[in-house]
Design a protein around this ligand. Structure first.
Ligand code: SF4
Length: 159
């Protein structure tokens, strides 16, 4: 959904948002129930996931280093995400955008750690959000309120 400003090539080469430190586990993607049903048993991808309340469960940290990252179960180190678009979480398709609840108001905010987008929203990103993307995110969140995160300080609000 952000392909106008974020090339698939830079995402494929980076994969930052598909690996998680322990303190980032709140950010692991949420899958809709029908996809959880499919991916939690043997499936076409040959990879079975573990889920809790729709969220992929990751573990397997090998050190005590808080900077250690564990990749998403569905990340292939060479090819990137192995999931077809219809199985990829909405969360992943809008990252680094997030829909958040700030004191009862829903906002679209930028996760400030995406290496390609940067910590502050560019005019191109703001335009993209205002020209229809926000509407799509709000509509999806109305049907899937579980994707709404609590607002966190440091996440610039775009809308
Ligand atoms: S589901 Fe795919 S895009 Fe989302 S975090 Fe996992 S590997 Fe990355």
């Amino acid at each position: 959904m952000l392909s106008k400003i974020l090339s698939k090539f830079s995402c494929a080469a980076c994969k930052f948002c598909c690996s998680f430190r322990r303190q980032s586990l709140w950010e692991t993607p949420l899958f809709p129930p029908e996809v959880v049903e499919k991916l939690s048993k043997p499936n076409e991808y040959g990879v079975v996931g573990e889920f809790r309340d729709g969220q992929i469960v990751l573990g397997g940290y090998k050190t005590d280093d808080p900077e250690e990252e564990v990749p998403c179960t569905f990340l292939d180190p060479h090819k990137g995400c192995i999931l077809k678009p219809e199985d990829k979480p909405f969360d992943c398709s809008i990252w680094p955008l997030r829909i958040m609840n700030k004191k009862g108001r829903l906002v679209i905010a930028l996760t400030p750690t995406c290496p390609s987008i940067g910590a502050l929203p560019s005019k191109a990103l703001v335009d993209l959000v205002q020209d229809g993307l926000a509407q799509k995110i709000f509509e999806y969140a109305k049907l899937h309120p579980e994707i709404i995160k609590e607002y966190r300080e440091g996440f610039p609000i775009i809308l």
